[in-house]
Design a protein around this ligand. Structure first.
Ligand code: MGD
Ligand code: MGD
Ligand code: SF4
Ligand code: MO
Length: 699
């Protein structure tokens, strides 16, 4: 019997990007463990990826190409050969491209975060084809843009410093579920005497374990940050030296936040003025004592109309108190710009036809865009859609419109997948893709600072192929003969990091594959001496760039599209705010079909406050209907004070086909976009809830 250990990387869209050790016996992966030597992984995996072999060897893995025989959405397919599949796709794409390549749209997201299997060969293919571009906004663009206006880049406090900080504000994140390895270090900080405060409308698993939980209304974080600034300024809890040297627009900021006194903030946020004042005092006075404080901001704050502004306002706080002076101080939203990735080499935008027409489709409005006819403003109707690394029918907002779009008879849809997801049910051609254990990849991360290498541990299952290979074969059929279309996955991976960049430190791919991971050479305390990547080189309280982009140049508050205060007409019909943040045992919609994890998660449920439940005669265990003008879905009620009054919470993202009504939370979410970055507003939703008349649970 042969047995060996293979170095791999967790491919999922999670800030932790864990280093894995895969035990392989006689060609079979028997165990996936966290690498004990990798500093942030520290030998620990989350419940989901600890079961990665269950997912890889799942009885329902797609193992060969198929074509649809039933109606779109019905999910009936028959097996075909790879030749038939690839010939059919190439012929259809060529026919559409002959009229207009812009009628072809790739749709992908972060099913794998790998730089190779994510979007390298695929992008080369679509660039050469001259297809529409996809604006990949579904997760983090609002926050990313707000962050960059303020501090210049997606850079921040190193997670490996967390245990040294004295105050951790977990702002719009639930790391026990969504960033376990940060939470482990936050626990260490707690043992070292740090205080933990959660800012979250929901008493999440994390909020429950913090010293304090501030349960504000969704979409009001920008106002809370303005209130903190007001108190810091009024009580002079500031680092005047840091402000003078390394920030821009302080005097304007002082005027701007004058009107944001704690009572006003409390009213907007649905909390008490004391909570605002105490939080500001705690933040400011810890800095005055010379202690490091860290804000772990997460994406929960930016899935609302004013999400970009909320992130911007919060990102201003460390500069006011001088928290950036400490390696263990500052803020972290994402570290992804710390990496010197060579996206041009990976994706080859230069292959786009010279002088060819261009169009960008926003993935967050895929429902509406699939339903649009050709027009001068929109360009050609979308006629062909190639989906990989994403499950839009389950995860995109206003799902009934998305499903209607995918059901169009005149749309040619190809889906590359591991499983027959809700999206796969609509494919004309369904192609089996390999999982992380079966292919090679290079990874950066957004929650730590290591370059990572994933080796293939086992041979591809059945006839599955890596995404790269599928696009390589398609390129060949389309007659693309540029050398980049015949590069191997290792050759692509070797280009992922710019070796000329000092941060990369000359790492070569073959060493990285052997070692598994290597830390970037970047400064601790990145902004201790300013050097922000903004136009002024300072932390910009005032941003000229924002003004040029038609935005308010100073921190401000943009109310939600849908809230009791901002939209009373809508609230008269639909008085409850709804959020649908990630469930601990799923990774977006991945793992929902792994039975052991689904069983732990139970059935789709909705948390509702006892007072809101009483008004509606709802008890725990009742099947309830959650609805608004866009649609409705069923869930089992859990009456609990975890949801604040006026808020309901449906942990997500369920596959529709596992719900009794074949629907999920995205039936009621909207295609409205954020103030910055054209992102989705998943947590900016009003609904009504009632006891369901019928509807039997299934699972
Ligand atoms: N187990 C698990 N881990 C995951 C994922 C998963 O699906 N499952 N998804 C991954 C992905 S793609 C991402 S983007 C991240 C997301 O994870 P996070 O960045 O942590 O963000 P969210 O999950 O969107 O929301 C986290 C918290 O924000 C709260 N929240 C909602 N609205 C607001 C608001 O307006 N203000 C404030 N202050 N809080 C609010 C929610 O109640 C929730 O507890 O997690 C990644 N990790
Ligand atoms: N209501 C609501 N909706 C949300 C959110 C929310 O909080 N609430 N969160 C939003 C966020 S933050 C995000 S990031 C999006 C996530 O949306 P998606 O990025 O679509 O994430 P997943 O649902 O995990 O789907 C990824 C799919 O890629 C497939 N896949 C994985 N690896 C590979 C591979 O190597 N090759 C191929 N071909 N396929 C692969 C997986 O099997 C899986 O079906 O959802 C968004 N939708
Ligand atoms: S999902 Fe996150 S915590 Fe779980 S193994 Fe992957 S990177 Fe680690
Ligand atoms: Mo995300």
């Amino acid at each position: 019997m042969s047995s060996n250990i293979v170095r791999a990387v967790c491919p999922h869209d999670c800030p932790d990007t864990c280093a894995l050790l895969v035990t392989v016996k006689d060609g079979v992966a028997t165990e996936v463990r966290g690498d004990p030597d990798h500093p942030t992984t520290a030998g620990v995996l989350c419940t989901k990826v600890a079961r990665y072999t269950e997912r890889t060897y799942h009885a329902e893995r797609l193992l060969y190409p198929q074509k649809r025989v039933g109606k779109k959405g019905e999910g009936k397919f028959v097996r075909i050969s790879w030749d038939e599949a690839l010939d059919t796709i190439a012929e259809r794409l060529q026919a559409v491209a002959a009229k207009s390549p812009l009628a072809i749209l790739p749709y992908s997201y972060a099913g794998t975060m790998g730089l190779v299997q994510g979007d390298s060969m695929s992008q080369r293919f679509f660039h050469k084809l001259g297809a529409s571009f996809l604006d990949r906004t579904i997760c983090a663009t609002a926050g990313g843009v707000g962050y960059k206006y303020t501090i210049g880049a997606r850079v921040g406090t190193d997670i490996e410093q967390t245990q040294n900080t004295k105050l951790i504000i977990i702002w719009g994140g639930n790391p026990i579920a969504s960033s376990l390895h940060f939470w482990m270090r936050a626990q260490e900080a707690k043992r070292n005497g740090a205080r933990l405060i959660a800012i979250d409308p929901y008493r999440s698993l994390t909020a429950e374990k913090c010293h304090q939980h501030i349960a504000l209304l969704p979409g009001t974080d920008a106002a809370l940050a303005l209130g903190i600034m007001h108190v810091l300024i009024k009580e002079d809890l500031l680092d005047h030296d840091y402000i003078a040297r390394y920030t821009l627009g302080f005097d304007q900021l002082v005027k701007q936040v004058e009107e944001w006194h704690p009572t006003r903030v409390a009213e907007v946020c649905g909390i008490t003025a004391t909570e605002v004042i105490d939080l500001a005092r705690e933040y400011g006075s810890s800095a005055q004592r010379g202690e490091p404080s860290m804000i772990r901001m997460n994406y929960g704050v930016q899935r609302v109309h004013g999400g970009g502004m909320a992130v911007r306002n919060i990102a201003c706080l460390p500069a006011l108190v001088g928290a950036w002076r400490h390696a263990a101080g500052g803020v972290q939203l994402s570290l992804s710009d710390s990496f010197a990735k060579d996206m041009d080499a990976l994706q080859r935008p230069d292959l786009f036809p010279v002088g060819g027409a261009q169009r960008t489709i926003n993935m967050s409005t895929i429902g509406d865009d699939l339903m649009r006819d050709s027009s001068a403003a929109f360009g050609p109707k979308i006629e062909a859609l190639i989906v990989y690394n994403s499950n839009p029918v389950a995860i995109a907002p206003e799902s009934s419109v998305v499903a209607q779009g995918f059901a169009r008879e005149d749309l040619f849809t190809v889906v590359l997948e591991h499983f027959q997801t809700d999206t796969a049910d609509y494919a004309d051609i369904l192609l089996p893709a390999t999982t992380q254990l079966e292919h090679v990849d290079a990874h950066s991360a957004y929650g730590h600072l290591y370059m990572m290498a994933n080796n293939a541990a086992i041979a591809p299952m059945g006839e599955a192929k890596p995404n790269t290979e599928i696009f390589r074969l398609l390129a060949e059929r389309m007659g693309y003969d540029e050398a980049c279309f015949s590069e191997t996955d290792d050759e692509i991976a070797a280009q992922a990091f710019k070796t000329s960049d000092p941060r990369t430190g000359n790492v070569d791919w073959s060493s990285l594959k052997k070692e598994g991971w290597r830390k970037l050479q970047v400064a601790q305390a990145p902004f201790a001496l300013g050097r922000f990547a903004t136009p002024s080189g300072k932390c910009e309280f005032y941003s000229e760039t924002m003004l040029q982009h038609g935005l308010a140049p100073l921190p401000s508050f943009i109310p939600p599209y849908e809230s009791v205060a901002s939209n009373p007409d809508c609230a008269a019909k639909y008085p409850l705010a709804m959020i649908s943040p990630p469930a601990r045992n799923f990774l977006n919609s991945s793992f929902v079909n792994v039975k052991s994890l689904r069983d732990t998660e139970g059935e789709p449920h909705l948390d509702i406050h006892p007072e809101d439940a009483l008004l509606r005669n709802i008890s725990t265990g009742d099947m309830v209907r959650i609805y608004n003008d866009r649609g409705s879905f069923l869930a089992l009620a859990r009456v609990t004070e975890k949801a604040r009054i006026g808020l309901v919470v449906g942990l997500s993202i369920w596959w529709k086909k596992f719900a009794s009504d074949h629907k999920n939370a995205n039936e009621v979410t909207s295609q409205n976009l954020t103030d910055m970055g054209r992102g989705p507003t998943f947590y900016d939703v009003l609904v009504q809830v009632e006891k369901a008349q019928s509807g039997v649970s299934k699972n």
